[in-house]
Design a protein around this ligand. Sequence first.
Ligand SMILES: [Fe+2]
Length: 296
Amino acid sequence: MDPPRRVEHQWTDKGYVPVYTTAVVEQPWADYTSVEHQTWATLFERQMALLPGRACEEFFAGLQRLGIDGRGIPKFADLNPVLQAATGWTLIAVEGLLPELAFFEHLANRRFPVTWWIRKPEQIDYISEPDLFHDLFGHVPLLSLPVFADYMQAYGEGGLKAARYGSEPLTELTRLYWYTVEFGLIDTPQGLRIYGSGIVSSKGESLYSLESAAPNRIGFDVKRVMRTRYRIDSYQKTYFVVDSFEQLFRATVDPDFGPIYYELKGARAWPAGEVLDGDRVLQRGSGEGWPTDGDV
Ligand SMILES: [Fe+2]
């Protein structure tokens, strides 16, 4: 069998563009170099120094339950029996970004694709695409939490249905993923906490999302989120805050979102940083340092 490929964004005259792959591979664990294990350890330790008191407790419970630690790149084969017993999810190794439909199909079947390769040492602070650290450290701990695991499956089923409604519903559903699974905050009795994987796997955004005066922090509302554009190349201008993971799950109980798509058809999408009448505003951002264009 050919060794798995490392499928990365490619540099073109339009900048870095994503490259997609659908292959499911064996995690080549024995082939990781000591530099790669060290990259995992460095990233893990750095985030674990920052996240207590910032990430939600369910995140730490998940790490502990799965035995994810800083000793080196985890073996998916070791994590899978624990994850399967907890929530019925399975990690599968992939070569890079998946096309939307393939991704939804995996989620709908409780399979979570994890990129097998890890960033290079010079990419420690920023990489524009998901790598093993983002996918595993960022996403997998909460997959051991039943309500979040159910949300992710419902999201995958919702994605498969949205694709049949057309491109506008798909865009709206992608925004929901972005502002919850990737960049969500949760309100707890102890204060705001991070649960989004894009935040927990980023040193800079772990601090910025909670502590900066620049971004908006706004109460989660599913239709509001589905109409809100986002940026992929900077910290978020707006973070949406859920009251509980149950609230998030309830937003996907009707996973075809049919009535919402109908209601939102042709509706203008809001710029990423806009605060609207009717928003539950926890913090109105100062807007300092915001880029002025480029919302997706
Ligand atoms: Fe992600």
